[in-house]
Design a protein around this ligand. Structure first.
Ligand code: GLU
Length: 448
């Protein structure tokens, strides 16, 4: 019998060969497979039934043309994607990303992550992801609407509350979900609330869904700190990004007594030693859709650094909440040198593998995205519950549920890491706990 390590290396090589050029996907797979050695040793049936090989291959991948007309009357063509990755635990569930960098490799990496993240929440949801190489930046509302309508005109036939339930991700927020839902309703002829999540609470959305990824990330970081007899109270924090995840990460950090001194967007970094003025960031980003550099026009205490590196700023807690591979080994070393105690990934895979190693070696508490940012999709599952029973819960009740779910995710990672001989290693804990839940369901279903 081939030994476990060779088997995993072989699967990894197969993934590289069969998915050429998709480096982010290779990276996400390597992170999970790198943790599975002891699992295969304990459960030989996973090898016998080729669970890992099957998990690495998405169940279905759809790529489609999205034609639309811009405000000048010119025709634009984008490429749309939906990767229905794994439905062992429930309908495919995961967001849509609209960003010029989107290609199949990004959607597959996100879908793969989503499978284990969703499993880790303990909720009945499979994993999927989608999006388009459309750049919403600088587009009018009318252009965004026409794009969303065309995107949904192709995608709607693959969706359904028991089939596949998209939500938002980078570039897809409340406005886009509204346009997408409107077109789905029109095409399908039914008010199928549970087909999309992240809806406006005025028409079927869950309260707290907007805040949930950021709030959940802070709850997870709070749990990591508690496990070390620490708390967020009085801690200096840095949160990269200025989108949905970053904004509500900052909000909850401030509520729990931490002080966020910096945030960023693709144009640069804002450093405000007095603490980020969140109402100002919300107005600039959520209402006026402006760049973060404009922040300094309203706050004398702040400085803006174009192309600055946010990880130069000393902090005790760092929450990368912008995008993949935004924090590398050099950044990690700088954070460690400045006394950083805890890092929680608000974004998906923001830390490079070498960066993660630096944190591990330095003994920094490191929460991987599939655990730390699971609060978003978990609250999407709460939204599906409310839609299924035609109910709407209060903010307070829903937030309490979210907190309980994040405490549960932390506990599952903690216990699993200890059980497999890596106490305190949340990467190992998250990957193994998520994987085993999916693998058990797949085994039960036979060869499908
Ligand atoms: N895009 C989010 C994520 O990365 C949320 C997905 C969802 O709510 O379905 O988990």
């Amino acid at each position: 019998m081939v030994n476990v390590r060779e088997r995993l290396a072989h699967v990894q090589q197969q993934v590289i060969d069969r998915n050429p050029g998709e480096s982010e996907f290779h990276q996400a797979v390597a992170e999970v497979l790198g943790c599975l050695g002891p699992v295969l040793e304990r459960y030989p049936q996973y090898s016998e039934y080729k669970i890992i090989e099957r998990i690495c291959e998405p169940e279905r991948q759809v790529i489609f043309r999205v034609p639309w007309e811009d405000d000048r009357g010119e025709i634009q063509i984008n490429r749309g994607f939906r990767v229905q990755y794994n439905s062992a635990l429930g309908p495919y569930k995961g967001g849509l990303r609209f960003h010029p960098s989107v290609y199949l490799g990004i959607v597959k990496f996100l879908g793969f992550e989503q499978v284990f993240k969703n499993a880790l929440t303990g909720m009945p949801i499979g994993g999927g992801k989608g999006g388009a190489d459309f750049d919403p930046k600088g587009k009018s509302d009318a252009e965004v609407m026409r794009f969303c309508q065309s995107f949904m005109t192709e995608l709607y036939r693959y969706l359904g509350e028991y089939i596949d339930v998209p939500a938002g991700d980078i570039g897809v927020g409340g406005r886009e979900i509204g346009f997408l839902f409107g077109q789905y309703k029109r095409l399908s002829g039914k008010y199928e609330s549970g087909v999309l999540t992240g809806k406006n609470p005025a028409w079927g959305g869950a309260l707290v869904r907007r805040e949930s990824t950021g709030y959940g990330a802070v709850f997870f970081v709070d749990e990591m700190l508690r496990a070390r007899d620490q708390s967020l109270e009085g801690k200096t924090c840095v949160v990269s990004g200025a989108g949905n995840v970053a904004i509500y990460t900052i909000e909850k950090t401030h509520q729990l007594g931490g002080k966020v001194v910096a945030c960023s967007d693709s144009g640069g970094v804002v450093y405000d030693p007095e603490g980020i003025d969140l109402e100002l960031v919300k107005r600039l980003k959520e209402v006026e859709r402006r760049r973060i550099k404009d922040y300094v026009d309203y706050r004398r205490t702040a400085v803006f650094r174009e192309e600055g590196n946010i990880w130069d700023i000393p902090c005790q807690v760092a929450i990368p909440a912008a995008t993949q591979n935004e924090l590398d080994a050099a950044d990690a070393r700088r954070l460690v040198a400045h006394g950083c105690l805890a890092v929680g990934e608000g974004a998906n895979m923001p830390t490079t593998p070498a960066g993660i190693r630096v944190f591990e070696e330095a003994g920094v508490a490191f929460g991987p995205g599939k655990a730390t940012n699971a609060g978003g999709v978990a609250t999407s599952a709460l939204e599906m519950q409310q839609n299924a029973c035609r109910d709407s819960w209060t903010f307070q009740y829903t937030e309490t549920r979210l907190r309980e779910i994040m405490t549960g995710v932390h506990q599952r990672c903690w216990d699993t890491a200890a059980e497999f001989g890596h106490p305190g290693n949340y990467v190992v804990g998250a990957n193994i706990a998520g994987f085993v839940r999916v693998a058990e369901a797949m085994l039960a279903f036979g060869l499908v």
